[in-house]
Ligand binder design. Structure first.
Ligand SMILES: C=C(O[C@@H]1C=C(C(=O)O)C=C[C@H]1O)C(=O)O
Length: 422
């Protein structure tokens, strides 16, 4: 290995170490790891947590956390009875932080050298010198589930009845789809494909070893279009209200222009409910100085959504904790749960047959390069060996049509299916 200093705060590694070697070394040694690419950027970043195992979710204080990566479950212990229950996540520390820049160079960010970092580097270099067999093409097939559509549509019909009876106004119901890969797929290859297919998405892969939160070993992969809460290096807070879904293609397979997208009253109302929910959160903390842009049509891969953007200059309003406070208030938003939240959550927990796990939770880097960027964990899958479980949901109102909502979840599954095909 030869390592040379490139600038004051990074080290370039001149050896055939790749993200795959780093990722596989982390997995093999049971170190939690997170790999991500921010929207509209080419840099890919990887952090490896080398400390104590991640036993439980922890409160995420964006202002106080050391550099790292958060991944939170959809559901909170106690179902959000305490105000910070939902803003909890497993927290990976950036004990090793590696950046793959736009020129394909691996740069090691300086982190304290410890016995653990030296052991990890050693194991990585050994892995880089082993012959690898990554020539296997990534191929997968869908596992048919003949009951799934009827079960989902029955749930939608029940939700519509509950909304007509006034129990709640909106709920997001989800379903799963199972895939079988020909071979255990290389996660970095899948991640790279999603990055290439969806330049405007937040793409991530997170590996959590067995025992994290009492769960088996898991790898989650996603390409999400939805920002939950972020604060950039200039102190600008951002969130979005994203809802309403249609294909980005005409029935003839031609890409539509966003300006040509037409939205039904149901979709306009559905998105307005998410906007109202966000504005309600600002009102709770008596914050009036927010900017609102939209709703506009936004493209997200094979789909289009209605999107309103909200931003606040936290320095101008002298509110440095706004990101943390809003994370607590926002998650889970009505884009993935419903309104009012307690009733919608209760309906989800009593009707969905699967555990959502990290689907519809949140993911993203915290205090990396002075910014924290958390995204809603949708358009995601859970990988275990050769099996992948995709998760997709649809926002329902009393005007929902069960069959259309099923088709919407099918389109949402297509985002990952197409992206992974490369
Ligand atoms: C729930 C999902 O997506 C959310 C629900 C949407 C909708 O109901 O139209 C649109 C975008 C997302 O906020 C999902 O992709 O699983």
């Amino acid at each position: 290995m030869t390592a040379s200093s490139a600038g004051s705060n990074t080290t370039t590694v001149h050896l055939d170490v790749t993200l795959t070697h780093l990722w596989q070394t982390a997995r093999k040694n049971d170190h939690p790891a997170a790999l991500w690419r921010l929207p509209n950027q080419s840099e890919k970043q990887l952090i490896v947590h080398l400390g104590e195992p991640l036993a439980e979710q922890q409160p995420i204080d964006l202002d106080e956390r050391p550099p790292g990566f958060a991944i939170g479950l959809f559901d909170a212990p106690g179902h959000g009875t305490a105000s910070d229950d939902f803003a909890r996540a497993f927290y990976l520390h950036a004990d090793r932080h590696i950046v793959l820049d736009a020129d394909g160079q691996l740069l090691y960010r300086p982190t304290p050298e410890t016995t653990a970092t030296r052991a990890f580097d050693q194991a990585t270099y050994l892995a880089a010198n082993q012959p690898t067999n990554l020539s296997d093409p990534v191929s997968f097939t869908e596992q048919p589930d003949p009951e799934a559509q009827a079960a989902f549509e029955a749930n939608v019909a029940e939700a519509v009845e509950a909304m007509k009876a006034g129990r709640f106004w909106k709920v997001v119901l989800s379903r799963t789809k199972t895939l079988t890969f020909g071979n255990v797929p290389d996660v970095v290859t899948l991640f790279d494909r999603l990055c290439a297919a969806y330049p405007t998405a937040f793409v991530s892969a997170v590996s959590l070893p067995e025992g994290t939160g009492g769960r088996p070993a898991q790898v989650w992969l996603s390409a999400t279009p939805e920002r939950l809460a972020s604060v950039d290096a200039n102190g600008i807070f951002r969130t979005v209200a994203l809802a309403g879904t249609q294909s980005a293609y005409t029935p003839e397979g031609v890409m539509k222009r966003t300006a040509d997208a037409l939205w039904s009253q149901k979709e306009i109302e559905e998105q307005a409910l998410v906007s109202r929910y966000i504005i309600g959160c600002f009102k709770k903390i008596r914050l009036r100085e927010y900017m609102e842009e939209g709703p506009k049509t936004a493209q997200a891969g094979n789909l289009m959504h209605l999107c309103s953007q909200y931003s606040v200059d936290t320095r101008a309003v002298n509110f440095p904790q706004l990101g943390t406070v809003m994370l607590r208030l926002l998650h889970p938003t009505s884009a993935v749960c419903g309104m009012p939240r307690p009733e919608a959550l209760d309906f989800i927990l009593t009707h969905e047959q699967h555990d959502r796990g990290f689907y519809a939770g949140f993911v993203g880097p915290v205090n990396i390069d002075g910014a924290s960027q958390l995204f809603v964990h949708i358009r995601c899958l859970l990988l275990a060996g050769k099996t992948a479980t995709l998760y997709a949901g649809a926002g329902l109102t009393e005007d929902s049509d069960p069959q259309k909502e099923w088709l919407e979840t099918e389109m949402k599954c297509q985002t990952l299916l197409r992206g992974m095909q490369g």
